[in-house]
Each structure stands twice: as C-alpha cells, then as structure tokens.
Design a protein around this ligand. Structure first.
Ligand SMILES: NC(=O)c1ccc[n+]([C@@H]2O[C@H](COP(=O)([O-])OP(=O)(O)OC[C@H]3O[C@@H](n4cnc5c(N)ncnc54)[C@H](O)[C@@H]3O)[C@@H](O)[C@H]2O)c1
Length: 339
C-alpha cells in the first residue's frame, strides 16, 4: 500500500452506521478514498455519501469485496451478515473493519479467528480483521485508561458503566440490548483495567413499563480475573438523551468520564448542558480516530491498533454468559472463551 496515494475503501451496508462511516472516510480521514458502497437496497447505496460522485455502487456486497477498486472494507450491514462478509474479505486477503459484533455466535467468531490465524502464519502478514469497538478511541476513555495504567488511583477496585439511550431501536429485545449495547462495556471494562472478565450475573429491576420481550433497564455485574468488579447499566429507553458514563474507583482515588458539553446555557436560574441524541454525536471523535488509525495501519502496513478478532470473540463469549445468566434468572455464570 505504501506506494499508492490513498487506501480505497468500500463500505458494505448504507444504513445509520454505514452512511456515517462513508462520510467520515470521505471527509475527515487522511490517505483514504471512498470508492464503493454496497447495500441490498439500491437507493440506500446510491444516497450514501452522495457528495462523493466518483464512488461506485452495487447491491451485491461480494462484488464490492472482490472489486479491484477496493483495497479495504468496512462492514456496517446487520449483525447476522458479518461473519460471511468477513470470511469473504479474508479469502481475498483484504483488510476488513467489521462493526461490532464480529459475528452473532461464538462459533462464528472462532471460525473467523482460525481462518485469519492461518493466513497470518502462511503469509507472515499482519492481522486482517479489526472490530469496531470505537470506545477504545474515545479521548475521555483513553485518558481514564492511561491514568489507570500509570497507577494514578492505585489498583482498580470497581468500575461503574452506564449506557442510556433515548428510545429502544426497532425490534429491541433484552438479548439484543446485551449483544448490541452491553457488548461495548464487555470490551471496554477489561481494556480499562487490563484484566479479562471471568464471571457475570444479570439482573433487571421491576419496571411496569418493561415487558417480557424487552427488560429495560438491565444491570449486569462483572468480575475480572484480577478481582475488579464492574456494574453495567444498559437502559435503551431512558428517554432523556444518549448518556454514557464511566467511573473507575481505585485504592487511592477515582477517575470519572466528564460529561461532554460544548456549551452550557444559563437561564431561569439554572445552568444547563445538553445530551447527544445518539451515539453518532457522542462518539463522533472516537469514530474518526478509529477510522484514521485503521486507514493508517492499512496504508503503512502497520499492525492494526483496533480491537482484534480475538477481542470480538471474547466480547461475544461474555455476552453469551450474560444471556445464560438472564435465562436462569440472574445466576452467576463463568465466562469460557474457546481456543
Ligand atoms: N459501533 C457502534 O457504536 C455501533 C452503533 C450502531 C450500530 N452498530 C452496528 O453497525 C451495524 C449496522 O447498524 P445500523 O444501525 O447502521 O443498521 P441499519 O439497519 O441502519 O443499516 C443496515 C444497512 O445494511 C443493509 N443490508 C442488509 N443486509 C445487507 C447485506 N447482506 N449486504 C449489504 N447491505 C445489507 C440494509 O439495507 C441497511 O441499509 C450493525 O452490525 C450494528 O450492530 C455499531
């Protein structure tokens, strides 16, 4: 890649995330060109990143993956399409950034990991699969992690994570809140404290607004190998705004994510700041930094600094254990990650 002027990126799936990634790649990422978009819905592919008229469009994601105009692929189609598309990219040895989750089953994550490991061994190459756990690039969370690592607060004892949204997405279920939302925390907690999650338990409060399909909010307790406890609240229908909180409590102090506010308004005897309406606003900088880091790794042939296929597998294994705990009414479950 070093000799070409830019990495030619193709985006599969032109929905909420795909359009956001296409625009970020096209406008804000150096050494990258958006060259192709695929969506089974032709009009979505056409409209995605419409300010980039040179891009090609297709309704066939495999055509994009195989296209000579595409060096690297972003997968932002629905979760159940990820495994097949990642394997398609691996077959052609193309770097792929797959939105979370890597796959909908632990078995499929493992399959991807094994295929990728085979290629790395055979070709003596860098890893090809990156997973879109973009919170690792959030400047606030990165600072918390750096200060934990620098031993600013001593050994981390407890982590409190809160993830609230305005309203449940269409088709929301308790299980999807775990695999779609809590999975970010399953990735970020071990990344923050430097130790994998070994045990989980799931709970839900009595809530007359909730039903059997969607328990909301849900509260999970995680334990890491090093003995840190984490509480995770996921509340997809919290109504008031998109609100992400994180605090790490250590032996000698605590580190807390500051609320992101560009401006505050003072009136009627109150000082107010607003919330983002969804993750795109709250994590815009994290997505941009993640995409830049990924493109840089492809361009310079550096190892990808993003979450790996193994990180995707581990997060899915934690989600599986959490779903088991939910089905058993909150019993504690050990996390097993297959090799
Ligand atoms: N990292 C994050 O913060 C984050 C946030 C939201 C969503 N996501 C993930 O991003 C992915 C996309 O989510 P979304 O909210 O944009 O969904 P969406 O429903 O808005 O968009 C999905 C798009 O994919 C298209 N599509 C469906 N099957 C396809 C296929 N086989 N090939 C190509 N296109 C296909 C659909 O027509 C649609 O346009 C999901 O995996 C989701 O879990 C990640």
């Amino acid at each position: 890649m070093k000799q070409s002027p830019s990495v030619r990126v193709g985006v599969v799936g032109a929905g909420i995330m795909g359009v956001d990634h296409a625009r970020t790649i096209g406008r804000f990422v150096a050494h990258a060109d958006l060259t192709m978009v695929a969506d089974i819905d032709f009009s979505r592919a056409r409209d995605a990143g419409e300010e980039f008229p040179r891009k090609k469009i297709t309704t066939d994601p495999m055509e994009l993956i195989g296209s000579p105009d595409v060096d690297a692929i972003i997968i932002a189609s629905p979760d159940d399409t990820h495994a097949g598309l990642v394997l398609g990219a691996l077959e052609l040895r193309k770097p792929v950034l797959c939105e979370k989750p890597l796959a909908t089953t632990v078995d499929d994550c493992l399959r991807i990991l094994r295929v990728e490991s085979g290629i790395i061994c055979k070709d003596n190459s860098n890893r090809l699969v990156s997973v879109g756990f973009m919170r690792r690039f959030d400047p606030g969370l990165s600072e918390v992690r750096d200060r934990v690592e620098a031993n600013d607060i001593g050994r981390p004892l407890v982590v409190h994570c809160v993830s609230r949204g305005v309203s449940p997405p269409p088709g929301a279920t308790s299980q999807l809140s775990i695999t779609g939302s809590a999975v970010h925390e399953f990735d970020i907690v071990p990344w923050l404290v430097g130790s994998p999650i070994c045990e989980v338990a799931w709970f839900a409060p009595a809530n007359h607004m909730a039903d059997d399909v969607l328990q909301d909010p849900q509260v999970m307790i995680l334990r890491t190998d090093s003995g840190t406890l984490a509480t995770v609240e996921v509340f997809v229908g919290a109504t008031y705004g998109y609100d992400i909180r994180c605090e790490v409590v250590g032996e000698r102090g605590a580190l807390e994510l500051s609320p992101l506010a560009r401006a505050s308004a003072s009136r009627y005897g109150q000082r107010c700041t607003g919330y983002a309406s969804d993750w795109r606003g709250r994590f815009a900088e994290a997505y941009r930094l993640e995409l830049q880091a990924w493109v840089d790794s492809v361009y310079h042939e550096w190892p990808s600094p993003l979450a790996s296929a193994r990180d995707g597998l581990v997060a899915s294994a934690v989600a599986d254990a959490t779903i088991m705990s939910m089905k058993e009414g909150g019993s504690s479950r050990r996390v097993t990650v297959p090799n």
